[in-house]
Write a protein that binds this ligand. Structure first.
Ligand code: URA
Length: 237
């Protein structure tokens, strides 16, 4: 990979700052000063130093965000703010992307990474990765709905959903529920409730696969996954 990208990914600043660093002649590959940002290095085989200190190369970044409403799950958009816009530059330089989508008005757990292989696994319909949501629903959610979600409901386009686990937390004209689904059709939770004549008015994802949302994260905040969390994810999927 290019040395300027390696240094930016390793926390040595933006591409522009890295360029200055290179210009100063303080960056060495195998002990030889390198000034051209385009220079190709193999970070796993070659020693790269800055001011004599070894650069520890890291390829992937794994972030857990508590997505707020009003931002979209994309890397760029001409109109709306994206979840990537909420990242610090030192994380954005890894060029991560959201793994899966939450609607603009949905909050909660969003995994953001540049690990394409993991993304592929987690999003594969074959893997049945469970995703749990809490929601406020207009209308009385009943045991009949629990049963219907268990066998599958027919969405507006004729698709029959896979078995889902619906837990009623509060039932009344406005109900509170928790729902676990193992697929990710467009607007799935909202459309499942529409299929039983009810409307989701608030939606938050609280877990994905083995990971639960870190409740200490305020809306819009994020943190890196711990080594244990990464291990859990990558070993399962
Ligand atoms: N289901 C929805 O309807 N919206 C989301 O954002 C996620 C799941």
């Amino acid at each position: 990979m290019r040395i300027d990208k390696l240094l930016a990914n390793s926390g040595y600043g933006t591409r522009k700052e890295v360029k200055q660093l290179l210009k100063k002649g303080v960056v060495c590959v195998e002990g030889v000063p390198v000034k051209d940002g385009k220079t190709h290095v193999e970070p796993t085989n070659q020693s790269v130093t800055v001011h004599g200190e070894e650069v520890h190369y890291r390829e992937f970044i794994y972030l857990m965000m508590n997505k707020p409403q009003g931002v979209i799950s994309a890397t760029e958009d001409t109109r709306d703010e994206t979840v990537i816009d909420l990242l610090e530059i030192e994380d954005a330089v890894f060029e991560p992307f959201p793994i899966g989508r939450l609607d603009k008005d949905t909050e909660g757990f969003l995994l953001i990474s540049n690990d394409g292989k993991l993304a592929h696994q987690l999003l594969s319909p074959k893997k049945h990765v469970p995703k749990t949501y809490i929601a406020t629903v207009r209308g009385e959610v009943t045991e009949a709905d629990v049963e219907r979600f268990k066998v599958g409901v027919t969405l507006d386009d004729g698709y029959v959903t896979k078995p889902a686990v619906l837990v009623i937390k509060e039932s009344g004209p406005i109900s509170q529920i928790e729902l676990t689904i193992t697929e990710g059709k467009f607007h799935q939770v909202k459309r499942m409730f529409e299929a039983v004549g009810k409307k989701v008015t608030y939606l938050k994802r609280i877990s994905m696969g083995p990971l639960a949302l870190d409740e200490t994260l305020e809306l819009g905040e994020y943190r890196e996954l711990t080594d244990e969390e990464i291990e859990l994810l990558t070993s399962l999927y």
